[in-house]
Design a protein around this ligand. Sequence first.
Ligand SMILES: NC(=O)c1ccc[n+]([C@@H]2O[C@H](COP(=O)([O-])OP(=O)(O)OC[C@H]3O[C@@H](n4cnc5c(N)ncnc54)[C@H](O)[C@@H]3O)[C@@H](O)[C@H]2O)c1
Length: 318
Amino acid sequence: MPNPTIKNVAVVGTGIIGRSWIYVFSRVGCQTKVYDKDRSQLEKNITWFHETLRQDVLDGFSTPQEAEDIRSRVSGHTDLKGALSEAMYIQESVPERLEIKKAIFAEMDRLAHSSAIIASSSSGLDINEIAAGLPGMHRCILAHPYNPPYVIPAVEILPTRKASAEQTARAVDFLKSIGQVPVQMNFYAKGFLGNRIQYAIVREAIHLAESGIADVQAIDDVMCHGLGLRYALLGNFGVNNTNADGGIREYYNRFKDAYREGIGDLNCAVPSFSPDMIDRVAKGTEAMVGKASVKELCRWRDRLIRKICALKEKDPHP
Ligand SMILES: NC(=O)c1ccc[n+]([C@@H]2O[C@H](COP(=O)([O-])OP(=O)(O)OC[C@H]3O[C@@H](n4cnc5c(N)ncnc54)[C@H](O)[C@@H]3O)[C@@H](O)[C@H]2O)c1
């Protein structure tokens, strides 16, 4: 059982993301108070949470007793003050509109315990704008999940300009302690990391379909049965590192002309693949990979991809 570094949390806004956060916190033992300004949303999404718990018992992810314990840690509130009363970590998931986020952050900053962390699930807004001018701007942080966070662990983190390293570390340590994988950004960019990568993929997939190069099924097949199998295990640089026996340096040096030409065909800015550029990303990749050799990584990749394929065969696409 994970040991959360913060025991009392609040979820503010219970749409598709907020309801999933309820599960993330309560299953690891956090007392989770939930607030939505719309009572019917609150009820609907607590019902969703109960149904998901029931389904998870049927699918063997938890026992009936575990599900009951998880359920008992959650309470619904229609007053924000009550919901925040004991919380030391607050996860906001209200609609993606700056004025709505600013208003709720101002209220939460006023009502929350002075050392509570206030995190936003925003998928595109700048936390510096959401929390601008608040007395507690230093304790506000972006913690952007991927849908649904109860099964996808990555959470993109961006502290405000006023945050201390200690404040950020508390939020990051908490998310790690509950089994999420916080991924830190250095500064704001529209779409953060994952969505920027998705923008490139969505753009090209639509282009391939619209121009008739292949149909939708073929384009998705190449991701599900090709690229995606590796990306479940290794990121872009990790994959590039395992695509040549000599690792990423050899790979980029061998294929730089093909990449320059291929990326040029996408009508967007083409990376230089200069020796300096290759050296910079190779150093980052080598630091990430650590002591594992390319041979070991490839063996691990091949072992796990075969297991994933076997799982997919046993539990095929409905
Ligand atoms: N949907 C996704 O795939 C996804 C993924 C990652 C992050 N996000 C981000 O998560 C946030 C929530 O998105 P969503 O898709 O869950 O939205 P949603 O519209 O499904 O839910 C928003 C909820 O907030 C409630 N709400 C509105 N104003 C409120 C207020 N002042 N106080 C309390 N509750 C309030 C609404 O009643 C509703 O229940 C957004 O910032 C979004 O960008 C969404």
